[in-house]
Write a protein that binds this ligand. Sequence first.
Ligand SMILES: C[S@@+](CC[C@H](N)C(=O)[O-])C[C@H]1O[C@@H](n2cnc3c(N)ncnc32)[C@H](O)[C@@H]1O
Length: 254
Amino acid sequence: MKTYYKLIQGDCNKIMPTLDCNSIDLLIADPPYHIEQSNKLTKQNGKIMSTSSAWGHWTNDSFAEYDLMIKQFLIYASKTLKDGGSGYLWLDYSKVGYYWGYLEQIGLTPRNSLIWVKTQPMPHIRKTNYRSSYEQCIWFTKGEPRAFNFLKQKEMKNVFHANNTKRTTEHPTEKPLELFKWHIEVSSNRGDLVLDPFLGSGTTMKAAQELGRSCIGIELNPEYIDIIKKRCYGTTFLDRQVEYDFPEVIQYAN
Ligand SMILES: C[S@@+](CC[C@H](N)C(=O)[O-])C[C@H]1O[C@@H](n2cnc3c(N)ncnc32)[C@H](O)[C@@H]1O
């Protein structure tokens, strides 16, 4: 079997229209949540800091601009997905209902909402609200799912427990590898092509590599491109021929 990994630096809304229509088996998208604030505190690596310092300043735009960006990328997602392809869209919980409705409007089929339970939730510094202990995504498909690999009953609850403190990179919002491996195992088969338009630290690509799926990843921030290269470039696999298409390929030692 042959797999390939392509990394593209830039705005996904400029790059996705250049991808082939009906070519993607599975989309994993974890865009900025539009919740970072300079006056909202969190704790990272033992330090108390504003959520905008901890999670990045990607979304200082108005909600209208954010909304346009998400809706545009969802339109491109619906074109690039194959019939029967699946998508996992991670969002702030306050926006799940809103984008669920939008997915239906553009002809995609939301099928469930999945919860990642953080096993080590951050303390609430000001003690004025509940501690944030979960994140949520929408699983949707384009028509009837072409791959749905039902794992063991206990692995198919719509709730997934994973540690939120074990990070392998400097990226501020790295998702647990096992969480994205779960999406890939359930909603694709070996050799399939996975797209992540907001690749961040490269979690989706790493998970795709470990499970024998090809992957195209798009990331806007050049600093994160370096993190992704270190994490994903050049790995070899005994069971397959691997091809890398990375920008300005640098030979990082594994
Ligand atoms: C929530 S993070 C993704 C984290 C990722 N799932 C991981 O596990 O590392 C969102 C990422 O989207 C990137 N981003 C924001 N706007 C983008 C755009 N228009 N096109 C591509 N990437 C974008 C940010 O730089 C950030 O790294």
